[in-house]
Write a protein that binds this ligand. Structure first.
Ligand code: BGC
Length: 715
């Protein structure tokens, strides 16, 4: 159960499949577009950190030059699935090794038949190396012509980010291309080295921005023609001389087999850290491996200046911007299975603290308020307006960049969780503590005393449930702010006892005087929260007074409640895009009794748009259902999350992987069904709730540098 397969070519679903068959190595990803190109494709490679300016959404990952371009002509007829007859088609992504394979038997309009086998991978052993091999087995005698190129003419759905710099033939088997982004000025170099083109030497076609090597091979029935393309890639973010780096990496591999062997070994090491196996449920098994694979190929191994976008590097959706999706949904996977990756991602937040301080200060507050959508610099890049659901010619205002405070607490929470799981005191003292303290400072500054209620309020906010904006005292925001303030105070004590020098330094640089700290204490103690006598928590002030809703009355439906009601009207109903109070109870579940969680679960679950609301919701819903012991219900939510991309349940998987759902799927398996609980003292235990049809569940995680492998069986 390691392979994602496809047995026929369906042009209608090709964009979805391009997302599914994305390959990558934590440095770049390439969507599963076909080598030879196809009308309507969404062909793209994205390199971490290579952003460029764009209207409306400020900045986006620039679609990098195409390294795969390969044309094959059979007796002068160009191979294309848009023509001729597809006699056989199989595609498979081997999650174990990251190798994508396609085998096509094709008949040209002129009647020439050949089997073509394409293989490609982005090397995990050398992140600056990409490899592609094509084998053609003709069923005719004649000629096979192969043209291999680097194509610098790529754009982001019509907008081009690249300025051609230079190109040349480096030696008889290698050509290179240099280009740079228009506004951000990032230089990118690619070097393509071909193997299999030995005698006679290939022709070099110096096509502007598309350096091409071309060779004609004699075709003999049944005899395989093999061409291997190694591409080195580097940018000015990696080196002062990206071209030299790209050339060096393209020249390194001895052979396809050697490069693939290194790739397999690198992946084996990855899976040793995080493999999950589920016996008795093939769909869950493949989905969890797919989710992990998608996160792993997007995870920066050697760069702490980048974050993972909500759609990873696998599509144009959200333009490469990162959200709380990283900290709350993806980071736990890395924190517990690949702490070094988690640290890189947290470093990104540390390094973008100046922008977070700037955002807070521009709004009139001190401390750090992180961008809701964050890219290269950490500046707020949430678009202010997007096309309206109902009338794409109209614009709808997006409020998250102005109103979502909770992102600051989410970042602090993730830093603290990493510290607790790894025991990495050095990093925490150097960087993590400042994340928690400066966000606490922001929450203390942003709180407003409400004399009539005798509590501190956060008014005019938006919580995780984005069907409601401009509300006061969102429970998730308030409770997480309280946690952030309390944790800030506790951390300061820890620093004083363990790293007194650092405690003094931070107290000075953040101006943490006694008066300020006592305000933190006061805000934390008196934060507004409406709780009914039975423990039911109101999602925000006035939520219970909104019109109630029976979602069943709107079934069957294929649209979200947001689309059905419209952006404004959704605010008037008790309908949630995703769990909000429950999300908070998951993150802080030691603070709540099972009974209180149950009360809230029973109230909010039927009012949540599980099917078409946020893709972030189902996994969290599954975990809380497990906490309640409702395993069947948990499974229903879990499988919804697990299918998000593989089955394209929301119809938008073509825009890229739902990365938060992938992270949530892992959390649902490990913390939900596996019931893993980590205690403050570093001990752990499991409270498993395995679905009935699962024979066993095995997962791995690290605590304080030590790996634990847990096998749970259903008896
Ligand atoms: C969700 C947010 C999420 C964003 C990016 C939105 O639709 O409501 O919670 O952060 O998508 O995935």
């Amino acid at each position: 159960m390691w392979k994602i397969t496809e047995n026929s070519f369906d042009p209608a679903s090709q964009n979805h499949k391009e997302t599914i068959f994305t390959i990558g190595n934590g440095y770049l990803s390439t969507r599963g577009a076909l080598e030879e190109g196809y009308p309507g494709e969404s062909r793209a490679s994205f390199v971490h950190g290579v952003f460029d300016d764009t209207p409306v959404v400020f900045t986006e990952l620039a679609n990098a030059p195409d390294w795969m371009a390969l044309s094959i002509l059979l007796n002068g007829e160009r191979f294309s699935l848009a023509r001729g007859t597809i006699l056989d088609f199989q595609r498979e992504l081997d999650l174990r090794s990251g190798l994508l394979t396609r085998r096509v038997r094709w008949q040209s309009p002129g009647g020439h038949v050949a089997t073509l086998l394409f293989e490609r991978f982005a090397s995990l052993a050398d992140e600056h190396l990409l490899a592609l091999r094509c084998q053609v087995i003709p069923e005719f005698d004649g000629e096979i012509e192969i043209r291999a190129a680097l194509n610098g003419n790529m754009d982001n759905e019509g907008l081009t980010h690249w300025l051609h710099v230079s190109q040349r033939r480096e030696n008889w088997e290698t050509v290179c291309l240099q280009t740079r982004t228009r506004k951000s000025g990032i230089a990118l170099a690619l070097a393509m080295r071909l193997r299999g083109f030995d005698s006679p030497q290939p022709d070099y076609w110096d096509v502007e921005n598309v350096p091409t090597l071309r060779q004609v091979f004699p075709a003999r029935r049944g005899e395989t023609v093999t061409v291997t393309k190694f591409v080195g890639i580097a940018t000015s973010r990696d080196s002062d001389d990206p071209l030299a780096l790209a050339l060096e990496r393209a020249a390194r591999p001895q052979s396809w087999d050697a490069a693939l062997e290194a790739q397999k070994q690198a992946w084996e090491r990855e899976w040793e850290r995080c493999e999950v196996s589920i016996e008795g449920d093939d769909e869950a098994q493949i989905a969890i491996r797919f989710s992990l694979f998608q996160l792993l190929i997007a995870a920066p191994r050697h760069d702490n200046r980048v974050n993972i976008g909500a759609k990873t590097l696998s599509g144009f959706g959200y333009r490469g911007h990162a959200f709380w999706d990283t900290e709350i949904f993806m980071l736990p996977v890395f924190t517990y299975t690949a702490p070094q990756i988690a640290r890189n991602l947290l470093d990104y937040r540390y390094l973008t603290l100046p922008a977070a301080r700037e955002k807070a200060s521009a709004a009139g507050y001190e401390g750090a308020w992180f961008a809701w959508e964050s890219a290269a610099t950490g500046d707020e890049v949430t678009p202010t307006w997007v096309p309206d659901f109902h009338d794409k010619k109209k614009l709808a205002r997006v409020w998250t960049g102005d109103l979502a405070l909770h992102i600051s607490a989410d970042v602090a929470y993730a830093a603290w969780q990493y510290w607790r799981a790894t025991g990495d005191d050095t990093w925490f003292a150097e960087r993590g503590a400042e994340l928690v303290l400066d966000t606490a400072k922001f929450f203390a500054a942003r709180a407003e005393w409400q004399p009539e209620r005798g509590c501190y309020a956060y008014s005019d906010v938006i919580g995780p449930d984005e069907y409601h904006d401009h509300n006061n005292n969102n429970a998730y925001t308030n409770r997480l702010a309280k946690w952030n303030l309390q944790t800030g105070l506790a951390i300061l004590d820890w620093l004083k006892n363990n790293q007194p020098g650092k405690a003094i330094e931070l107290a000075r640089s953040l101006d943490l005087n006694a008066e300020r700290l006592s305000k933190w204490q006061d805000v934390a103690e008196k934060i507004c929260m409406r709780v009914e006598p039975d423990g039911l928590i109101e999602q925000f002030d006035g939520f219970f007074a909104l019109k109630d809703i029976k979602l069943a009355d709107y079934e069957p439906r294929t649209r979200s409640m947001h689309e059905i009601f419209g952006v404004e009207a959704a605010n008037e109903y008790q309908v949630l895009k995703q769990p909000d109070v429950l999300m908070m109870q998951y993150l802080l579940h030691n603070e709540y009794s099972d009974e209180q969680i149950r009360t809230n679960y029973d109230y909010y679950t039927p009012r949540t748009d599980h099917t078409y609301g946020s893709s972030l919701g189902p996994s969290i819903q599954a975990i809380v259902a497990c906490l309640m012991g409702d395993v069947e219900e948990a499974y229903e939510h879990f499988i919804r999350a697990a299918r998000a991309d593989l089955r394209d349940v929301r119809g938008n998987a073509g825009d890229g992987i739902h990365a938060a759902s992938a992270g949530g799927t892992w959390q649902a398996v490990v913390f939900g069904f596996g019931g893993l609980r980590i205690h403050a003292d570093g001990s752990w235990e499991t409270h498993p709730h395995l679905p009935q049809h699962w024979q066993s569940l095995t997962f791995r995680f690290y605590l304080h540098g030590q790996q634990h492998i847990v096998r749970l069986e259903n008896r």
